[in-house]
Ligand binder design. Structure first.
Ligand code: SF4
Length: 692
């Protein structure tokens, strides 16, 4: 049950419909010159999906506080006008939106002609690789006033609350920590004086908004930095924030520069809850929010049941599924955030517009049906494969009454309920039930088309069926489960164990359109000894329960890293000895910035060996022989050799659909494996559905 999580809550005078708060996320289009339309649409979609209190991405209280160029600054009247529209529309729809008041301090990465970053002391930032200017005392007092002015704006613009951004290592944290506050004046020198800035900000914000306006303080419960703020100071600080007027404390964990992963998939869900509990113990009755790496309402329920915490903040899960709360309430499948960070945090880190791997609609809420390619997709994606027939001209082609199935097993034949009553609905075949094909089928069915999916494998899922075996990636199976459940609900027929090949021209002719989403095949480079029985490609290795004790992985991309992670997972018996052999000198160079270091640290912890600059590979029955980057000949003992040296498009069907002359699109790995990732594949599936 979800009794606790769905019970109404309260922050100050603000009544909340349930115990979930949507945490702040910087989206990258806060400052788009569209009168706030896209931003309002993003929040309205979440309101419609049952979100209670939502916190906006940061709004800088001054130009120097902006995180990246293009960040919204509250002194900018045009930005405030957009916010007024957003707050007004969300309020009119019954939503609750808190404005987050933000100052990046030394993390700011200004444009060349932007203001210099400022901080308590001139301590270089590993995030911006800049050294900030140390603030004079008068400058500190001015920033306190900036926060107060920002809070006043928030109330005036029609927001329901404010959240003060005091976590993640931004300015307020920089004052609190002895690592970044080296002052010896009223704003630093001992814990009491280091706390003073955050406390002064809360007091000033409270004075600006009055007694009845809800003020949430986002604070760091544990900065995860050696020599950082100690636990006693955190507890004292929390009490001081409450005394200064905070109505609730939202507890973050870690700074952006902390050497400990906090939100990556390698972090077990709910891992950081005890940090919030320590803060709760310090402040007693005041509402305290747990956050970080909580992606299901059932987890939130367990947190509320097992602790004295009052509320749970979830952020990325609302990107993945705007209807997270409503679907959970109704017991319907949820599109779970898999903590990949690929389309959200990694993009945000480089100042790009955010989306979501498993939900390509993020950022397009204002125009969900438009044919424009989603952010991050190459709009020319299918340009080399033009539609070969006019889709409207093929509407009178005979419909497959019931697709003819030649190959057993045939499972999961969908229900008979079809959504085909929609005017203009046409018949589409999607070939391939990996993430791209399933997404295309889902979006086509939502648009009212009659969709049939053919999958050669016995199960849908494609590459995600491999990924979900990797430690920390089990939730990738949820993406498949969600999409297949949605297909069933939408009346899509899914045939598994049914390849579509060159001989199926007649079958393809029955459709008005075909989406080719046949994925990839592993590349098997010509390798002396490569045909030996203990050499296998990555696809079989992922599903092979009989890997030897000494595993050599040939390849240096994300799949090789995933395999090494899987093979080195502690289990029964002595630990496996895993060696990665890569040609280049940088492992997984394309893995996202937020995730790569955490994954590589985990491999180091498991004593996975990495050999770079590998040449002259030769496999024999018990070793791989090679020349390494230093020119030295080496033999790596191995009883299993896994080749993860790239992929090739599985695109044989493309010729057939061209010959048949049916409207088609080729998406995902079947189109191109260069630079392929799941974000692109799923976005292409979505774009193809819109293009039909
Ligand atoms: Fe979650 Fe990945 Fe989507 Fe980000 S991109 S919200 S981490 S699923």
């Amino acid at each position: 049950g979800l009794e606790r999580v769905l019970r109404p809550g309260r922050i100050g005078r603000l009544a909340l419909p349930h115990r979930i708060v949507m945490g702040a996320m910087h989206l990258g289009w806060e400052n788009r010159d569209d009168d706030g339309r896209a931003l309002a649409a993003f929040y309205l979609a979440r309101v419609a999906g049952g979100a209670g209190l939502m916190v906006t991405g940061g709004a800088a209280v001054s130009a120097a506080g902006a995180d990246v160029p293009g960040f919204g600054v509250l002194d900018d009247a045009a930005f405030r006008d957009r916010l007024r529209r957003v707050a007004g529309e969300v309020g009119a729809a019954g939503g609750l939106l808190a404005l987050q008041l933000f100052h990046a301090g030394r993390y700011a990465r200004p444009a060349a002609d932007g203001p210099r970053p400022v901080a308590p002391s001139a301590v270089p930032s590993p995030i911006s690789r800049l050294t900030p200017d140390a603030l004079p005392a008068a400058g500190v007092a001015r920033i306190v006033e900036d926060f107060a002015r920002g809070a006043h704006h928030a109330r005036d613009l029609g927001f329901s609350a404010v959240e003060i951004m005091g976590s993640e290592g931004y300015l307020i944290d920089q004052f609190l920590s002895p690592l970044t506050n080296r002052r010896d004046d009223e704003w630093g020198g001992d814990p009491q004086r280091r706390m003073r800035f955050g406390v002064a900000v809360v007091r000033a914000v409270r004075a600006a908004v009055g007694a009845d306006f809800p003020v949430v303080m986002r604070m760091t419960g544990d900065d995860l930095l050696p020599g950082g703020t100690d636990r006693d100071t955190v507890a004292q600080y929390a009490r001081a924030l409450v005394a200064a007027g905070a109505d609730a404390l939202n507890v973050g964990v870690g700074w952006h520069e902390s050497p400990v992963p906090t939100v990556q998939a390698v972090v077990p869900p709910g891992h950081w809850v005890p940090v919030a509990s320590v803060v709760k113990a310090a402040v007693g009755g005041l509402p305290v929010l747990a956050s970080n790496r909580i992606n299901r309402l059932t987890q939130a329920e367990a947190i509320l049941a097992g602790t004295t915490l009052d509320l749970v903040s979830m952020a990325r899960p609302f990107l993945a599924d705007p209807a997270l709360v409503e679907r959970s309430r109704a017991g319907r499948p949820v599109n779970i955030c898999v903590a990949c960070n690929q389309a959200c945090i990694d993009r945000s880190l480089v100042g790009a517009v955010v989306s979501c791997m498993v939900n390509p609609l993020v950022g397009r809420e204002a125009d969900p049906g438009s044919g424009a390619a989603p952010a991050g997709t190459d709009p020319t994606a299918s340009a080399e494969l033009p539609a070969s027939t006019d889709p409207t001209g093929s509407a009178d082609l005979p419909m497959p009454a019931e697709p003819v199935i030649h190959v057993e097993p045939v499972t999961r034949a969908g229900p008979v309920v079809r959504v085909g009553a929609v005017a203009g609905s046409r018949a589409v075949a999607v070939v391939g039930a990996g993430p791209a094909g399933l997404r295309a089928a889902h979006d086509l069915a939502l648009a009212g088309h009659r969709v049939t999916v053919y999958e050669a494998d016995r199960e849908p899922g494609g590459q995600f069926r491999l990924a979900c075996r990797v430690p920390g990636k089990a939730d990738y199976a949820e993406t498949i489960r969600f999409l297949t459940a949605e297909l069933t609900r939408l009346g899509v027929v899914l045939h598994t164990g049914r390849p579509v090949a060159g001989a199926d021209e007649d079958l393809l002719r029955r459709y008005d359109g075909v989406i080719v989403a046949t994925g990839v095949v592993p590349r098997r480079p010509d390798l002396p000894g490569g045909a030996l029985p203990h050499v296998r490609d990555y696809g079989t290795a992922f599903t092979d329960d009989a890997l030897g004790r000494r595993v050599a992985v040939i390849g240096g991309g994300g799949i090789a890293v995933d395999l090494a992670h899987l093979a080195s997972e502690p289990g029964a018996g002595p630990p496996r000895q895993v060696t990665i052999l890569l040609r280049g000198d940088r492992l997984a160079p394309r893995m996202g910035r937020s995730t790569r270091w955490a994954v590589l640290a985990e491999l180091r912890r498991r004593q996975v060996t990495v050999v770079t600059g590998v040449r002259g590979l030769r496999v024999d029955p018990d070793a791989v022989h090679l020349v390494d980057g230093t020119g030295a000949a080496r033999s790596v003992p191995a009883d299993t050799v896994v080749v993860a040296a790239g992929q090739l498009p599985a695109d044989a069907l493309v010729r057939t659909v061209r010959r048949v002359g049916v409207w088609h699109r080729v998406v995902g790995g079947a189109r191109d494996t260069v630079g392929l990732d799941a974000v692109r594949a799923i976005a292409e599936g979505h774009a193809a559905a819109l293009a039909f």
